[in-house]
Design a protein around this ligand. Structure first.
Ligand code: LMR
Length: 396
């Protein structure tokens, strides 16, 4: 039977890493996958993670299975981190969290839960979005409606258009939102716009699902979490998928959470039980190491301070690379104003380059970015920024 298997296309993001590895040019640059790199082009293990691991190594006594919902110490700490420990929904026992294998794992459990258990059939997803969003929800069977999010000409969020299209959403629809550092555009809603969106969700009876993969990469954990806290206060129901791949640099530990907020505490147990049922058939129960690391750090104020400082360092290095790139592109031959790159948030810059230009950068210069023109700014360094800017200048 396997002779009939068609070859799957390379993944639009992770496939780029494969092509980059195979490229033998010494000056190649990887701006494809959203992974933090330091000035030396390395994705280091955070010092705070090393410290937590050394404690765990001494204290760990068993590698037995975790429960389906994961480590409860970890899920409690993460709920407090996301919503703030005094949040009304925590006090009202309207929020429950399960541990999941990374953001993708959380999105898939959420998708299965919404589709198979609650009968949701339609999801609204921003255009553009992270490529895997479309793949996950399509695989589960959702009808995907894309809402326009970004104005390419002004390099900004197009909130008016987004809002007018979302007026068409109907009761029972799901609305996928990026909590902060929108992937791929780096354009986010202001708190006032979030508030308008909350009103829209209430009026249309739409349930939001927040994908939270870059918390802390705009202004810091507390500031970036404001969106979640405000929405959780005002909305009766919502879901939050959270990943620690980026902000703890724990990419290959596959560590995240899926939280559900129900209108009444009475509905929570059933919702969690169904989410666990979905998780059981997908991966049985989650891996422990990442959860133990995060729990160790979040429960120790000194380690927590260290984490915030390392996250700040990552955030600031990315911001300084944005600045360097804008400077290096200042006198480009096409006279394009690239200053918008400095206003974009998070790990990515949506460069505005066309597929043809992206292809030329890859073929002629060994510079890898997604076909959408998304650059992972974390892959830029003092040593490659000039090469990158010169190459962009040549393809403009
Ligand atoms: C990205 O957008 O590059 C990251 O979220 C990594 C991934 O899994 O695609």
């Amino acid at each position: 039977m396997f002779e009939k298997t068609p070859l799957a296309p390379l993944d639009p993001i992770l496939g780029l890493s494969t092509s980059y590895q195979q490229d033998t040019r010494s000056d190649k640059v990887n701006l494809g996958v959203g992974v933090y790199k330091n000035e030396q082009g390395i994705t280091p293990v955070l010092d705070v993670v090393k410290k937590a691991e050394s404690i765990l190594l001494k204290e760990e006594v068993s590698k037995s299975y975790l429960p389906i919902a994961g480590l409860s110490r970890y899920t409690d700490l993460v709920t407090n981190l996301l919503l703030g420990q005094d949040h009304a929904v925590i006090k009202a026992q309207r929020v429950g969290t399960i541990q999941v294998p990374g953001g993708t794992g959380g999105l898939r459990v959420a998708a299965d839960f919404l589709f198979h258990v609650l009968g949701a059939k339609r999801i609204w997803i921003s255009r553009p979005t992270w490529a895997n969003h479309l793949a996950i929800f399509k695989t589960v069977g959702f009808d995907i409606v894309e809402y326009d999010y970004y104005d390419k000409a002004s390099h900004q969020l197009d909130f008016a258009k987004m809002k007018s299209q979302l007026q068409q959403a109907q009761s029972g629809d799901i609305l996928l939102l990026h909590t902060c550092c929108h992937n791929p555009t780096g354009a986010d809603l202001s708190l006032e716009q979030w508030s308008e969106l909350v009103d829209l969700c209430r009026a249309q009876q739409v349930t939001p699902l927040f994908d939270t993969a870059y918390l802390g990469f705009h202004q810091g954990i507390e500031q970036d979490a404001q969106v979640l806290r405000m929405c959780a206060e005002k909305l009766p129901e919502m879901l939050i998928v959270n990943s620690f791949s980026k902000n703890f640099s724990l990419y290959n530990e596959r560590i995240g959470t899926l939280s559900v907020i129900t209108e009444s505490a009475d509905h929570l147990e059933a919702a969690l039980s169904q989410m666990k049922r979905m998780a059981r058939v997908l991966y049985s129960n989650p891996p422990a190491h990442g959860a133990l690391i995060v729990a160790q750090i979040l429960s120790d104020s000194a380690l927590c301070d260290m984490w915030h400082a390392e996250l700040k360092m990552m955030r600031e290095r990315i911001a300084s690379m944005r600045h360097l790139l804008v400077q290096a592109l200042a006198n480009n031959k096409a006279g394009i104003d690239f200053s918008f790159i400095e206003h974009q948030r998070g790990m990515f810059s949506f460069s505005g380059l066309s597929v043809e230009q992206v292809t030329r950068l890859r073929d002629e210069f060994g510079i890898y970015m997604t076909d959408s023109g998304r650059m992972s700014v974390a892959g830029i360094s003092q040593s490659n920024v000039k090469y990158l800017a010169d190459a962009i200048n040549q393809v403009l």
